[in-house]
Design a protein around this ligand. Structure first.
Ligand code: NAD
Length: 501
């Protein structure tokens, strides 16, 4: 056990908590300064960060820029541009019975937030929640993945150089360190990773009754029918699937395709892969690699169990792999694998795309409904009724028509899962909502004492007031017996009802 893990992290959490309890973080100027420092950390060290991600995950440099660094800069800019508006108190109208007075919802910093990140987008999945937590006035302890050691070490050093230790601290390490960290009391835990570890985190959080955001994974289905252009659909699906060699939480996990569209789609997927990575993707500088040997072995076993060994499924594209070539696994398409194989049971998280034939959209919707609720669902259909059917009859973290991945990049669209794909949501305003305590604040002047209506004794005139001005105890939903003007707080109670008789 590392000395830090055995010694605990109490002192570091205490330092972070003091900053919040001292009131420093309530100041929007303080929050802006942290966000600007974080922005500078990314912009000024672009090359260093890119090199670290390339070394750990094997991503092409442009992909690092597009899917990691620019995402963080955009997120910070969005938070900075709207900080005042998004953190402002929200006035709530008082019911007539409580006038005069006022009510509002104030957003308060929660306190110390723990951010735990996975390895697949090791920069943005650590820094985006960090930015949101700072914008909401929290101090933050971040824990990068141990599977990206160079990124973790680089971020630990850069955060130490660019941000004050009273605002942000980095803890590196794996299971042992995270287990020790989770014994500390935090005010919110923001976890991104697998559903398995999500359960461990939530169990630990329960000890302190700490709220959690869980950004998890699972199988994200894609539906394609014969109404769409197969070439464009295939290009987009191939891009979504084979970016970062399929190691993306919202990558299309598998395709459900109608019979009439299947052969054209499969042929077009092959063309798209050649267009993107040439005839030998192993030689392409633009194709990524599998993280490590363990993941590589897991993926090869999934492939073999699904038809790579000549069983029911057909490997119609790719299938080649070479552990010696930095865990290479070709962009692969398997048509109609057995329904009960592991490839169709667990999150693939690699460049293997099962294409499963279904009778129609209803069959696809039934298939999706019979499985865990996905993080993302993609629908390729030009038929508005089909699109509407997916919107109304399925549940998923996000739903995108006609394109994978990009819904994550739309400022204003919160990101999060549902069921086993996660709970809570973040990015932009959603981060501030998620990582703030929403305090209800009521202000009631002592004069006149209109609350006297509620004090005993209860003569008949009070019963009249209650009957007329409180929600009626009626079987039918009346909305309200009161005019909207009074309900909205714009009106006042008649004077005779405010006076004690
Ligand atoms: P993981 O769950 O194995 O690890 C995530 C983090 O948890 C790491 O920092 C790790 O150190 C820590 N951890 C691992 N085991 C732990 C334990 N026993 N106790 C405490 N902490 C522990 O996930 P991963 O392999 O890094 O990432 C892949 C998974 O993450 C996939 O399921 C993917 O879908 C999901 N993911 C989700 C999102 C999202 O935004 N929803 C984004 C990326 C990845």
């Amino acid at each position: 056990m590392s000395s830090q893990a055995s010694g605990g992290y109490a002192a570091r959490v205490a330092t972070l908590r003091r900053t919040v309890t001292d009131g420093v973080t309530r100041d929007l100027g303080w929050r802006r300064a942290q966000l600007r420092a974080l922005r500078a950390l990314v912009v000024d060290h672009e090359e260093e960060l890119t090199e670290a991600v390339r070394a750990d995950v094997g991503k092409p440099a442009l992909e690092v820029r597009v899917t990691e660094l620019s995402q963080v800069v955009q997120e910070i800019d969005d938070l900075l541009a709207h900080l005042e508006e998004w953190t402002a108190a929200r006035t709530v109208p008082l019911p007539a019975m409580l006038l005069p007075g006022s009510a509002e919802i104030q957003l308060q910093p929660k306190g110390v937030v723990l951010v735990i990140a996975p390895w697949n987008y090791p920069v943005q999945l650590l820094l985006n929640p960090l930015a949101g937590a700072l914008a909401a006035g929290n101090t933050v302890l971040v824990k990068p993945s141990e599977l990206t050691p160079r990124v973790a070490a680089t971020l630990e050093r850069l955060v130490g150089e660019c941000l004050p230790a009273e605002a942000v601290q980095v803890v590196t390490g794996g299971v042992e360190e995270t287990t020790a960290l989770l014994t500390e009391r935090f005010d919110h835990i923001f976890f991104t990773g697998s559903p398995r570890v999500g359960r461990i985190v939530m169990r630990a959080a329960a000890e302190h009754l700490t709220p959690v955001t869980l950004e998890l994974g699972g199988k994200s289905p894609t539906f394609v029918d014969g109404t769409v252009d197969p070439e464009t659909a295939a290009r987009r699906i191939a891009w979504g699937k084979f970016t970062n060699a399929g190691q993306t939480c919202i990558a299309p996990d598998y395709v459900l395709v109608t019979q009439d569209a299947r052969d054209a789609l499969v042929a077009a997927l092959g063309e798209a892969v050649t267009e993107f990575f040439g005839t030998d993707p192993a030689a392409s500088p633009d194709y990524g690699r599998i993280l490590d040997e363990r993941q590589h072995e897991r993926l090869v076993a999934l492939l073999e169990g699904a038809g790579g060994d000549g069983a029911a499924g057909r490997v119609v594209l790719g299938g080649g792999h070479d552990r010696a070539d930095r865990n290479y696994l070709a962009p692969t398409v398997v048509v109609d694998p057995p329904a009960d194989c592991d490839l169709m049971a667990e999150e693939i998280f690699g460049p293997i795309l099962p294409v499963v034939t279904v009778a129609d959209a209803d069959a696809a919707i039934a298939h999706i409904g019979a499985h865990e609720r996905p993080l993302a669902l993609y629908v390729f259909s030009d038929d508005p009724r089909t699109r509407r059917a997916f919107e109304e009859q399925t549940v998923s973290g996000g739903l995108a028509h006609g394109a994978p991945l990009i819904h994550l990049t739309v400022p204003g669209l919160p990101f999060g899962g549902v069921g086993t794909s996660g709970m809570g949501r973040y990015l932009g305003r959603a981060s501030i909502e998620e990582l703030s305590h929403h305090r209800s604040v009521l202000t009631k002047p002592l004069r006149p004492d209109t609350l006297s209506v509620a004090y005993p004794p209860f003569p008949s005139w009070k019963r009249t007031v209650v009957r007329r001005f409180m929600a009626p105890m009626s079987r039918s939903v009346l909305g309200s017996a009161l005019p909207a003007r009074i309900l909205s707080g714009a009106g006042t109670l008649p004077r005779r009802l405010l006076r004690r008789p």
